[in-house]
Design a protein around this ligand. Structure first.
Ligand SMILES: Nc1ncnc2c1ncn2[C@@H]1O[C@H](COP(=O)(O)OP(=O)(O)OP(=O)(O)O)[C@@H](O)[C@H]1O
Ligand SMILES: Cc1ncsc1CCO
Ligand SMILES: [Mg+2]
Length: 277
């Protein structure tokens, strides 16, 4: 999606772009079509609503062509996969391609089973306008390197997934977000490091899945790098965790935080560096 002729931005411009993208999501309220897993459907729908987008969770082949005509983007999350869902996901990707809509792929548990790894690769290869958002172990496995995945949780650091992310950028003409203690946004023109978030976040299921869904909301308004969603979500998680006694309240406070996050908070909290361009 990105190509080397795209402009390279400095941190100040990137920050302004993130803030502008948030305002645009809130103003445009884009429809985001999600085929996601049973664990997180409610959470990710609420995250999308809280940021200002309009989610729909759907998986039927019978309505997917219509849905992708009106949707701003497609989010595919392979968290609770089976054969029937794989076919639905493939059909949805075809419909998104036919309507020129961006696709966000969350390769949940990639590397933990052949089914997940093979399916994630097949979907990535099919998607024309692709953003991949995964944790380090998933990104490493998707690129064909050896990862240390344990089910859906990462055992690798984001730094060790950077080469794999670059491989995926080239292989699928995709933009790639690696999440974890440190997040990276990797495009053909730039690699951006974000040091926001909170160590309590991995104690709530589906934190990454919500980030993926939000990436779909920003892609729908044309912010297809993954940066705005990644930066805003980690800042919201950081603020929410400071107000939370534990994971249960964190989950709720993140939804409130997505609703409340302001341009000033983004300016104050954003810990971002362009590490390669
Ligand atoms: N140790 C940490 N410190 C700070 N932030 C973190 C940490 N771990 C995760 N995060 C943040 O949590 C969010 C989700 O990232 P994570 O890598 O945990 O996703 P994931 O493994 O795909 O999660 P899931 O599969 O449960 O949805 C990101 O915003 C990331 O910045
Ligand atoms: C726990 C879990 N299992 C399959 S999907 C999912 C949500 C976090 O990825
Ligand atoms: Mg995940």
């Amino acid at each position: 999606m990105d190509n080397p002729s795209q402009p390279i931005f400095n941190s100040a411009t990137l920050t302004a772009n993130i803030i502008a993208a948030l305002a645009q999501v809130r103003e445009q309220k884009p429809l985001v079509v999600n085929i996601t897993n049973y664990v997180v459907m409610n959470n990710t729908a609420n995250a999308l609503l809280a940021i200002g987008a309009s989610p729909i969770m759907t998986h039927s082949r019978q309505e997917m062509a219509e849905m992708m005509q009106i949707s701003g983007s497609l989010v595919i999350n392979i968290g609770t996969l089976d054969n029937e869902w794989i076919q639905r996901m493939q059909f949805a990707v075809e419909q998104a391609n036919a309507n020129n809509k961006p696709i966000v792929l969350d390769p949940v548990g990639c590397g933990a089973s052949v089914l997940r790894t093979h399916t994630a690769r097949t979907l990535a290869a099919k998607a024309n306008n692709l953003i991949i958002r995964g944790n380090a172990s998933e990104i490493i496995a998707l690129a064909g390197e050896t990862s240390q995945t344990k089910g859906v949780d990462a055992l690798d650091s984001s730094d060790t997934a950077l080469v794999a992310a670059q491989t995926l950028v080239a292989q699928y003409q995709a933009n790639v977000v690696i999440s974890g203690e440190v997040d990276y946004v990797v495009t053909a023109s730039q690699t951006i490091r974000l040091r926001n978030g909170h160590h309590m976040m991995p104690y709530v299921t589906g934190m990454g899945c919500s980030l993926t869904a939000l990436t779909g909301a920003f892609a729908a308004i044309g912010e297809t790098s993954g940066l705005a969603a990644t930066a805003i979500y980690a800042i919201v998680g950081e603020i929410a965790a400071e107000q939370s006694a534990g994971p249960a309240t964190l989950q709720l406070n993140i939804i409130d935080g997505l609703y409340q996050i302001s341009a000033e908070q983004i300016q104050q909290r954003l810990n971002m560096a362009v590490v390669a361009s």
